[in-house]
Design a protein around this ligand. Structure first.
Ligand SMILES: [Zn+2]
Length: 164
């Protein structure tokens, strides 16, 4: 079972979406949500702050919009909070000499371990839509396979992304 169904479009192409909520399939009544991502490339880390963002506006109904926003905020904030908690709670415990040398590694491993359940959750319950922007192409990742098919039909330049 694929975790998400991905459709690839040229970056310059303005994506057309089926007239239904990307999350639950209800009538969106003209409502959309703006989702934003960084451009990914070898320069991403060099130009993180200046990275050209890419936005798209899928339709989302009034009922789903809050949940959708919360999920997206959670995805960026939860790992940060976990990292902060680990630093505050574990760092002082490692003040003693035998640990000092490995302190950075212990912290890094703790953060990874504490974040693991969260990322597992993300994989099992993927967001209704996510985008990954490359230099000249954009991947549109849909949790709902049927929505992805309808989306690809609406956008003539669409190419399917191999699911590995
Ligand atoms: Zn909805």
């Amino acid at each position: 079972m694929p975790l998400s169904t991905d459709v690839n479009l040229p970056r310059t192409h303005l994506a057309k979406y089926p007239e239904r909520c990307v999350s639950c399939g209800a009538d969106p009544q003209g409502k959309t949500i703006r989702i934003w991502t960084h451009t990914i490339g070898w320069w991403t880390f060099l130009l993180w702050a200046f990275g050209k963002g890419f936005t798209t506006q899928p339709p989302v109904c009034g009922d789903c919009v809050l949940r959708f926003r919360a999920q997206r905020w959670g995805r960026s904030l939860v790992p940060l909070l976990v990292a902060l908690l680990v630093l505050v709670l574990i760092w002082p415990l490692l003040e003693r000499n035998p640990f000092l040398e490995f302190r950075k590694w212990i912290i890094m491993c703790s953060i990874l371990l504490c974040s693991a359940p969260y990322f597992l959750w993300e994989v099992i319950f993927p967001p209704a839509i996510d985008i990954t922007a490359f230099n000249d192409r954009v991947d549109y990742e849909f949790a709902d396979e049927n929505y992805a098919y309808d989306f690809a039909e609406l956008n003539e330049e669409a190419e399917w992304v191999e699911i590995s």
